[in-house]
Every structure is written in C-alpha cells, then in structure tokens.
Design a protein around this ligand. Structure first.
Ligand code: A3P
Length: 299
C-alpha cells in the first residue's frame, strides 16, 4: 500500500513506549492526566484490544441504557457517547480525560489500555467492565487495514511486515496476547463481563442478554429485538453516528479502508498465506500456552 504525504497536523508519528507497551503518541501525550484520572464507582468501562468489536459493543450498551431508543442513540457520534479515556493529541478534539471529567454520571468510558496501565483510581472503585475480545488473526487483518487509513498511527507497511510486528507486540497498545490474557486473568477479582466477537457473530441476541443481565437491567422482548436489528453490521455501517464518517478524512481516510470494513469472522483466510498461517500458529501456541482462554478463528 502506498504511503500518503500528510500535512503537518496529523503526521504518522513514531511509537512511544509506555512501561514496555507500544503506544501511539496521541495516547501518550496526555499521560499525566490519564494516570491521575478520577474513576467513579458508577462508571462503566468498555475495554478491548483495538479492532475487537469495541464500537459494536459500545452501541449495544448505549442502546440498552436508553431502553432501545434509536433516536436517543443518534444524539451524538459513538466517540462522544463512549469517550476514549487515553485519546488526546488531536487539535480539534479535547483529550478524553477532559471530556470525561465534565460528563455527568453514569459515564461510559472506552479504553484500549492493557489492564496494568489503567489509572490508579480504577483499582479503588470496583466499577463494572465489559471487555470484548476477538481472535488474533482477524484482529491482525482488521488492524492492518485500520492503521493504513488512520493517520495517528505509523504506517503498517506490508502485511508481512505488519504480521511480524503484531506477533512481537510492536503495534498500538502492545501485545494482543498480553492484553487478552491480562484482562482474562483479572475476571475473577473484578466485575468483568468478558465477551467474544465470535460469540456475538454467532448469536447476537444471546450475547446482548448477557450484557443486560450484567447491567442488572430488564428489557421487553420487542426492545431486545430492536437492539439486535439496530446493532447489525449493515445498519451500523449506514449510521453516521457509528460508522466514523464524522471523523475528518485527514485523520481517518475511509477511502483507503472503511471503518465498518467487513464485520465477519474468519476473514484472515483471505489474507494469510499458508506459510504466514503456519508461523502464526506456531508462535500463537507458545504465547498462549498455560491459559484457559480459548478463541475461535472462524464460526
Ligand atoms: P473488520 O475490520 O474486520 O470489518 P473496533 O470497534 O474495536 O475498532 O472494531 C472494528 C471491527 O468491528 C471492524 O472489523 C468492524 O467492521 C467490526 N464491527 C463493527 N460493528 C460491527 C457489527 N455491527 N457487526 C459486526 N462487526 C462489526
């Protein structure tokens, strides 16, 4: 993929390493405020490794909290309804910490941080977290296309180069392997609902009901069916409040790759060569040995 020359404002800045984790500069610029950010006990965190279905689950949670009222969920773009804690460094947007500090409770907070980098006050508040995870191969492909379009990130290079960096954790928010395992290990100690993208693809209604139970809500059946329809890939792809079309193309160039790209499980098969797949599997076995966490790479 060809590299694109950018105006000064949104260059593809180099990585910053935060406690051993690769981060884009936009997520490190405001670190002193992220670190001391005041979590409230009624905050709801939506946490994930990038490209795992964060926007999907965010829309679902907002729909549940608004009892399936589509118009209410169109009050603003998803990145303003579920604000990303660590995001800063964009001239036209206030840092996540600042937006959130002005927001009334109960707040919905998005984060891609590995669990050990969460603000100190997170550990004192026992707030609920919905974590969504997706299999590594589909995340690798989805993130490759996303970073090709997103100017906050260093250019991903070729797919081959990117896969090597992905396996080594030289990608945004560091190692996928450490991220999914880190949050999985803490699910016994913290109120975490750990969901899988593949389960959502398999039976969205069932997974929405898990979220409803976790949030201690009750939904009538017709409301539930409305949420299932509203959260379908085709509806979210056409919805300007969820498809990121309100983000300036100078920052996210969706002519390179749309944010709502394909929304399927197993797309990696269209991109991995046999050799890349074998090497990926070999490395995966080593990195994921000793965990009870299991993923499906197709459904
Ligand atoms: P693809 O690039 O594989 O299409 P995130 O929100 O964490 O950045 O994740 C983005 C990925 O979730 C993209 O994957 C996107 O298409 C997919 N996605 C978003 N909404 C979806 C939906 N309603 N159904 C299925 N996949 C969805």
């Amino acid at each position: 993929m060809e590299k694109i020359e950018l105006p000064e404002e949104y260059p593809r800045k180099e990585w910053k390493i935060m406690q051993g984790v690769h981060m884009t500069q936009a997520c490190v610029d405001n670190w002193e405020n992220v670190d001391v950010f005041q979590v409230r006990s009624d905050d709801l965190f939506i946490a994930s490794y990038p490209k795992s279905g964060t926007t999907w689950i965010s829309e679902i949670v907002d729909m549940i909290l608004n009892n399936g009222d589509v118009e209410k969920c169109k009050r603003d773009s998803i990145h303003n309804r579920v604000v990303m804690l660590e995001l800063a460094g964009i001239k036209t947007m206030l840092p996540g910490t600042e937006l959130l500090s002005k927001m009334p409770s109960p707040r919905l907070i998005k984060t891609h941080l590995p669990i050990q980098l969460l603000p100190k006050s997170f550990w004192e508040n026992n707030c609920k977290i919905v974590y969504v995870a997706r299999n590594a191969k589909d995340v690798a492909v989805s993130s490759y296309y996303f970073y090709s379009a997103n100017k906050l990130h260093p250019h991903p290079g070729t797919m081959q180069e990117y896969l090597e960096n992905f396996k080594a954790g030289r990608v945004s928010f560091g190692s996928w392997y450490d991220h999914v395992k880190g949050w999985w290990e803490k699910r016994m100690d913290l109120p975490i609902l750990y969901l899988f993208y593949e389960d959502m693809k398999e039976d969205l209604r069932r997974e929405i009901l898990k979220v409803v139970g976790f949030l201690e809500k009750h939904l009538d059946n017709d409301v539930l069916e409305k949420i299932v329809r509203h959260a379908s890939f085709d509806v979210m792809k056409d919805n300007p409040m969820t498809n990121y079309s309100l983000i300036p193309s100078i920052l996210l160039d969706q002519s390179i790759s749309p944010f709502m790209r394909k929304g399927v499980s197993g797309d990696w098969k269209n991109y991995f060569t046999v050799e890349q797949n074998n090497k990926f599997d070999e490395d995966y076995r080593k990195k994921m040995s000793g965990t009870t966490l299991c993923f499906r790479t197709e459904i």
